[in-house]
Design a binder for this molecule. Structure first.
Ligand code: ACO
Length: 324
């Protein structure tokens, strides 16, 4: 019997400290009106000085495992998608593995910036389908506050910290579009666009961690086109149309990108999970955080068809079609 993977549970973690637009406006030349109008963001959560990406990731993983009702002893792999690891090495995932009290299996990080969770989900789904593992914890976790230039108003207002996680488990069966589970994933990258969104530091290029740099208008233009394309790709793979979707859970970069993509896909906004107002852009954490919020508040129900999509630095972009 072929194997497929199911999302067994999900969870999220947001640092306690909330930074409002008004607080930012007291530090840089910006305003609540500008930020809300251009991005839809009202506030963001920022990690405490002692909190590292692994701490956020561990909290989200524990919440997802509790929701799934899965014991740590059953977990075969921990995947962490992050662009803000605790250290250059070892992987943040290894810290999470130790934090969970897990002494078997394996743990590793993936780096695809804001698309990282889609990449990690694809990897875990492939490991399950190939029979190498049965259960994985897939996490997106970021502390972007550590790589922002807090004097640069065009970027520092857009991002926040957080973590989201899902537990993936194996099931046996052919799988049809009516069955629960991950139906397909679709990944893309185009490295020619490196300079439109990058961090000007890192171990092999500079003696510093660096700061995020972005050509916002260009990123915006590419984001709507690429996200609509990869959404269509997921639907056409299964002969489905936008009307078949119950929900889109998009990467939460900017409300206008989310609205533009939904419009291109032909999905009304009441079927789109939007958390960017409260979370801002948490990069790899944004999709699993939004998914977790909508599952736990009852919007997304078991058996519903959900399109996950994201785009980020690289450029990278991807989607996953999932029946929850
Ligand atoms: N407050 C007040 N004014 C500002 C601010 C700010 N925080 N930031 C920039 N401005 C000013 C600019 O200096 C510019 O002034 P000027 O006309 O006098 O030169 C003016 O506002 C307009 O700036 P633009 O960059 O043209 O504004 P735009 O409407 O494009 O909005 C934004 C900027 C919000 C960054 C938008 O381009 C965007 O969201 N881009 C996508 C970026 C993104 O989401 N990246 C996340 C990572 S990638 C991803 O996740 C998909």
């Amino acid at each position: 019997m072929p194997r497929r993977s199911l999302i067994l549970g999900c969870g999220g973690y947001l640092p306690a400290r909330i930074v409002t637009n008004a607080e930012l406006a007291s530090r840089v030349d910006t305003s609540d009106e500008w930020i809300v109008e251009r991005s839809g963001i009202h506030q963001r959560h920022i990690a405490a000085d002692h909190e590292k990406t692994s701490d956020l990731a561990l909290a989200a993983a524990q919440a997802a495992l509790a929701h799934a009702g899965i014991e740590v002893s059953a977990v075969d792999a921990v995947l962490v998608a992050t662009a803000t690891p605790d250290h250059t090495f070892p992987a943040t995932a290894a810290r999470v593995q130790a934090g969970l009290g897990m002494t078997r299996g394996f743990a590793f990080d993936l780096q695809a910036v804001c698309s990282g969770f889609l990449y990690a989900l694809t990897m875990a789904d492939s490991l399950i389908r190939s029979g190498q593992i049965r259960t994985a914890v897939v996490i997106g976790a970021e502390t972007f506050s550590r790589i922002l230039d807090w004097s640069e108003r065009s970027t520092c207002v857009l991002f926040g910290d957080g973590a989201g996680a899902v537990v993936l488990g194996a099931t046996e069966g052919e799988g049809t579009i009516a069955d629960r589970g991950i139906l397909s994933t679709h990944l893309h990258s185009d490295g020619r666009y490196h300079d439109l969104l990058y961090v000007d530091g890192g171990p092999s290029s500079a003696p510093t961690v660096g700061h995020l740099r972005m050509e916002g208008r260009e990123v915006f233009r590419h984001a709507v086109v690429n996200l609509a394309q990869v959404g269509h790709e997921a639907l056409t793979t299964h002969g489905l149309s936008a009307a078949d979707l119950d929900w889109i859970v998009p990467h939460q970069a900017n409300r206008r990108i989310i609205e533009g993509t939904a419009r291109k896909l032909g999905v009304s906004l009441d079927r789109v999970v939007i958390t960017v107002g409260e979370h801002a852009n948490t990069s790899a954490a944004s999709v699993p955080l939004a998914l977790s919020q909508a599952v736990h508040d009852g919007r997304i129900q078991p058996g519903q068809l959900v399109l996950l999509e994201a785009m980020g630095g690289g450029f990278t972009w991807g989607s996953a079609l999932v029946r929850i």
